[in-house]
Design a protein around this ligand. Structure first.
Ligand code: MG
Length: 201
C-alpha cells in the first residue's frame, strides 16, 4: 500500500506556511513504512522541529485509475484521522534548495492513523475534526474549508497514480501546525469522537 498526502488543501494553512494557495491539488507520498498504528511515536534524532498536521484520511476501497470526479465517492468507504508528521526544519531546507521533501515527510512512522469508521455516518462536506495536545486544542478544521474536495483529490491523483485497495489519502491540514515535544500526548477526533491517541516518547 501507499500513502498519498495532499499539501496546502486549506487556504489558512497555505497562508501560515507563506505558500501560495494552489490552483490544482499538490500531492506527495509516504511509503508503507511511514504507517504507525496503535503504538507510541519516538521523536527522531534528525529533527529539532517536528510539527503535527492533523488530517482526515480516506481509505481506498477499490482499485482505480483515471477516476471521474462523479464516481470518486465509490472508491472509499471509510475515513479516519491521522497526523502527517513533518520535520519542518528539514522541509524548509529542502524547499530553499528546491529539493524533494521525502526526508522531512516520508520517514518511518511519520503517518500515524486512527481506526477507520464508515463514511456514511458523516456529512463529509461539513466534517469537523481537531487535535488536542496535553488536553488543549491545537488544531481545528472543517472539510467545508477544503480547497479540493475528497472527490476532486481522488480524481486528480488517479490521473497520475493508480489507486489500489488499502491505499490511504491524507487530505490536508488546517491552520495551527506547530511543534510537538517528547512527553506530549496527542488526541485527534472527528465530530468530537476521539479516534487517535498518541504519545511522543
Ligand atoms: Mg500535511
Amino acid at each position: 500500500m501507499k500513502i498519498i498526502c495532499i499539501g496546502r488543501n486549506y487556504a489558512e494553512h497555505a497562508k501560515e506556511m507563506k505558500s501560495d494557495v494552489p490552483t490544482e491539488p499538490v500531492f506527495f507520498m509516504k511509503p508503507e513504512t511511514a504507517l504507525l498504528k496503535g503504538s507510541d511515536f519516538y521523536y527522531p534524532d534528525f529533527t529539532k522541529d517536528l510539527h503535527h498536521e492533523v488530517e482526515i484520511v480516506l481509505k481506498i476501497s477499490k482499485n482505480g485509475k483515471h477516476i471521474a470526479e462523479e464516481f470518486a465517492s465509490g472508491y472509499y468507504n471509510e475515513i479516519g484521522v491521522g497526523i502527517d508528521f513533518t520535520a519542518r526544519d528539514l522541509q524548509m531546507k529542502c524547499k530553499e534548495k528546491g529539493l524533494p521533501w521525502e526526508k522531512a515527510k516520508a520517514f518511518d512512522h511519520s503517518a500515524p492513523v486512527s481506526e477507520f469508521v464508515a463514511k456514511d455516518k458523516f456529512n463529509l462536506a461539513n466534517l469537523a475534526f481537531n487535535l488536542k495536545i496535553n488536553g488543549g486544542e491545537r488544531q481545528k478544521g472543517n472539510t467545508k474549508d477544503l480547497l479540493f474536495s475528497f472527490e476532486q483529490v481522488i480524481a486528480y491523483v488517479s490521473k497520475f497514480v493508480t489507486l489500489k485497495t488499502g491505499d490511504l489519502i491524507f487530505t490536508g491540514t488546517p491552520e495551527g501546525v506547530s511543534a510537538v515535544q517528547k512527553g506530549d500526548v496527542l488526541e485527534a477526533a472527528i465530530e468530537g469522537k476521539k479516534l487517535l491517541t498518541l504519545s511522543i516518547k
